[in-house]
Design a protein around this ligand. Sequence first.
Ligand code: GLU
Length: 490
Amino acid sequence: MNKSQVRTRFAPSPTGYLHIGSLRTALYSYLFAKQHNGKFILRLEDTDQKRFVEGATDAIYSGLKWAGVNHDEGPDIGGPFVPYIQSQRLDLYKKYAQELIDKDKAYYCFCDAKTLEEMRNEQVARKQAPKYDRRCLKLSKEEIAQKLAAEEPYVIRMKIPENRTIEINDLVRGKVAYRSEELDDQVLLKSDGYPTYHLAVVVDDHLMQITHVTRTEEWLPSTPKHILLYEYFGWEAPLFAHLPLLLNADKTKMSKRKGDVAVGDYIKKGYLPEAMVNYLAFLGWNPGLSSEASAKGEREKETYSMEELLKDFSLERVHKAGAVFNIEKLNWYNNYYLKQKSAQDLSAFVWQGEEKPKAPEPQITKATAIECERSNNAEEIREKVNLLFNPPAFDKSLLNWKAMEEKDIKESLESSQKIIAGIPEKDFNSENLKNILMEEAAKRGDKGSLLWPLRVSLSGLKNSPPPFDIAEIIGKEKSLARIAQAIKLL
Ligand code: GLU
């Protein structure tokens, strides 16, 4: 194999949405290839037709594109090793399965589902690990010929050698060894003529000249079988890097039941691709600190653009232990990147394709920027901005600061009303409002007794931006109207 050009691949099965963990796998593969001036290939592994889901392929393309994890070859753009969809390569797998039969490295198995089930039950009852007992390996040439002539359904199984240790030099996990006794005579070709994952992945990784196989740890137990297949075919095996699994906080494998796992959900909610990429890069990797930097008391850099990741990412620094998916951290990154945007760009991002509240454009832009401060994503910002322009009805008890009496609340609101009414339109901005209202609040000792009822009357909410910001956004007239409305409650 020509290893001078690094070639990595992302090989998802189109069985549903694009899982966030899959996007991380793709990202790591992409970063590694690009750092080595190599190629990153997309291949669709759709040989399990029962699990195929309509629309899954589009979710893969759009998710990768959104994240900027761009492939150099793939089903949609072609390349030197077309087709890049396994269901279009069935003849190839049949040919290679036959080659293994001819080499006596694989055999026909005619056992039907019922026989296999019984075998399994007996083994379990005997407390043995379920495994194919190789009864079809004992068939004579004539018996096989007869069964084939009678068109009995069959699968092709690989022959696992006896008494062998198979070693993997994993780029993340180091040396990992398996004993051949632990391995089952894996089915390579199914009775419907489709290959299993194991045959297809080896044939394709070889033919597509993949140099580095990057995938999650759940595939590690399959790797010794793959290494044997490379050996049987007389092919050089690629290098392997098994990435840590993504886990829920309770350390179980990350699944739909415990929250959003589909990349599409995050796109819909208004996460930024740069936040997702930065977050996913750190889910199982960190750049570390040079000893000089650490001596100087510097902290590890946490915000990384794709360009910076291309410079600093390294497979060697990928962790072995599973990585816990932490939504707060993703939210932190998203909030950070949202705040980096200009008010104009932020507003364009937050409201693209969405219905805006009925308010002048500059007010919407301002409100969007202000609500961004304490929001995790565009969806949340939109909800909050909508509430700013259409505040909810609220109970008068919400106006209560500590143990204020109603008459004190009324007095407080009336004095805010007076102050606000006295500010000329041209000076009606957050800064000015803050200066003037804070002066009054300070006079009262407990600032909350002025600011809380005012803020609630403007927002109708327990939590909201400061009253000065809301007042500036909605303007003098609406501010006064809302305060008057609140006074009416008392
Ligand atoms: N088709 C497999 C998957 O869905 C690919 C595993 C591999 O990368 O070898 O994850």
